[in-house]
Write a protein that binds this ligand. Sequence first.
Ligand code: CMP
Length: 145
Amino acid sequence: MAEITFVFLKPEAVRRGLMGEIIARIERKGLRIRAMRLHRMSREEAERLYDVHRGKEFFDRLVRHVTSGPVLLMVVEGPRAVEAMRKLIGATDPVKAQPGTIRGDYGLDITQNVIHAADSPERAVKEMRIFFTEEEVKALWEGVE
Ligand code: CMP
């Protein structure tokens, strides 16, 4: 059964001109990009997005990083899209991520790991709602093929 997930390319991916290559990988996999927008994330949005990491030693560094420049927000659709995207991006730490995965091929370190993808369907909806209106999220879900 198809589902949608929330993905975003981090500021260094945009800055380094990697958007095209990463989008191509997602499309080549057969996943469909249903929504996409360049966005300058506010501190409030970043803190909501990463609420589960609040209080951890890397939290401030993470928030500072994702608010340091424009990010590319995406909603991606496909069969088990959440799991498929997580496989495609690879392990959180790019040094440990397998070559052939997006982080394994383009990531520099655990902060500059180029891409984020929601880790469960519930988180995907929660994260989408930070950046897309209720109506947009509803329409995206209703359009799932
Ligand atoms: P992301 O998939 O965006 O979700 C949470 C982010 O926190 C993760 O990618 C990393 O960039 C960051 N992160 C997770 N663990 C650590 C860590 N131990 N040190 C620094 N950053 C981390």
